[in-house]
Each structure stands twice: as structure tokens, then as C-alpha cells.
Design a protein around this ligand. Sequence first.
Ligand code: AR6
Length: 180
Amino acid sequence: MKIKIGSSILELVQGDITQQDTDAIVNAANRTLLGGGGVDGAIHRTAGPELLAECRTLGGCDTGDAVITRGYKLKARYVIHTVGPVYRGPSPNAERLLKSAYQRSMEVAMAKGIRSVAFPAISTGSYGYPLKDASYVALLTIIDFLWNYSEIKLVRFVLFNQRALEAFETSLKRLNPAES
Ligand code: AR6
């Protein structure tokens, strides 16, 4: 599924974030930035040990913030590492922090002159954020950003399985009823 937001494209695909050829891919990291499982583990494995070496120099990242490194052996030139909230039940704070993770990632991308970014579904794996709610917050934040800033021409959500893809498709239809 693909929609236009101003002069930019927002796309939902099923796939593996490590294989994306966008200028940057986003990592669902933790505050240490020293690696982990899920997307984080897969990105570090594909990028190679130089990525961890660069991450060690950064001194961590707060929840809801984002930092950028090179992509090393990845197809993407850059990795934007962001930290989503650990989900402990519905709360305005969890929603605010998830929104912030997407927004800060886009700001960091824009500051580097990046034109295309691929995102995973931040916080929906080990951090336990329900896909239905997380997908809505993710899409609302990105759509809002793309309406306000047109420098980033492509945002691709790369969903790991059919269930995640369907959750994002349902949320996108809710946000953009003309598209079905
Ligand atoms: N490509 C795209 N999506 C993926 C991939 C992949 N290769 N692998 C998993 N997913 P998670 P979080 C999906 O746990 O919830 C790490 O240990 C997965 O199905 O990677 O933000 C970090 O170090 C899920 O929908 O990230 C942190 O400690 C989504 O990506 C913690 O996990 C996010 O799952 C962060 O947890």
C-alpha cells in the first residue's frame, strides 16, 4: 500500500529492514545503543562490528530520542537509532514517547539531507506496544511530519510479518479514508 502526502510517498511493505536500499534505515534500539535482539540484532549482524564500535562512542540515547551513525555493510548509508517506550499499558506518556521516537528520527534524517527512510514498527516486539495502537501513532506522526516538511521524499514502513502489515494497513485506512 502506497499513498502520496504532498510531494512525498508513504509506503507499507512486508519485509526485512536490513535489506532496504533507502538512504537510512531506523533501528528500534535500547538506551545503551549496544545491541540487542529483534531489529537491533539483525541490523548489527548485517552492518558488521564497525557499527557497534561507532555506537560505543555515542554514550547512549534517551527514550524518545534518536541518533545517527553510518550504515557500514548495510545497503543503507545511515542508521538512525531510536528508542521507543517499553509498553506497560495504555498511557499518554507511552504514546508521547512513541510519537517522539518517530519525530526525532525524521528530524535527524532531515538534518543530514536524507531523502528516503525505512522504519520498523518501533516498540512492537520486545517492548510490547500493541500493533493496533502503535501503528496508528506511527502513521499519524509521519503523515503529520510529511505535511509540514517535504524534504524527505519516501518513508517506507517495513513490517516483518503479515499481522504487522495488516495492522498498519488498517490504521492507514482509518487515517486516510479515501485510500482503500
Ligand atoms: N525487519 C523488520 N522488522 C523486524 C525485523 C526485521 N529484520 N526483526 C523484527 N522485526 P523489536 P522493540 C519487527 O523487538 O519492540 C531489542 O533487543 C518485530 O516483529 O526489534 O522496539 C533492542 O535492543 C516487531 O514488530 O523492537 C531493545 O532492547 C518490531 O520489529 C528492544 O529490542 C520491533 O521489535 C526494542 O524493542
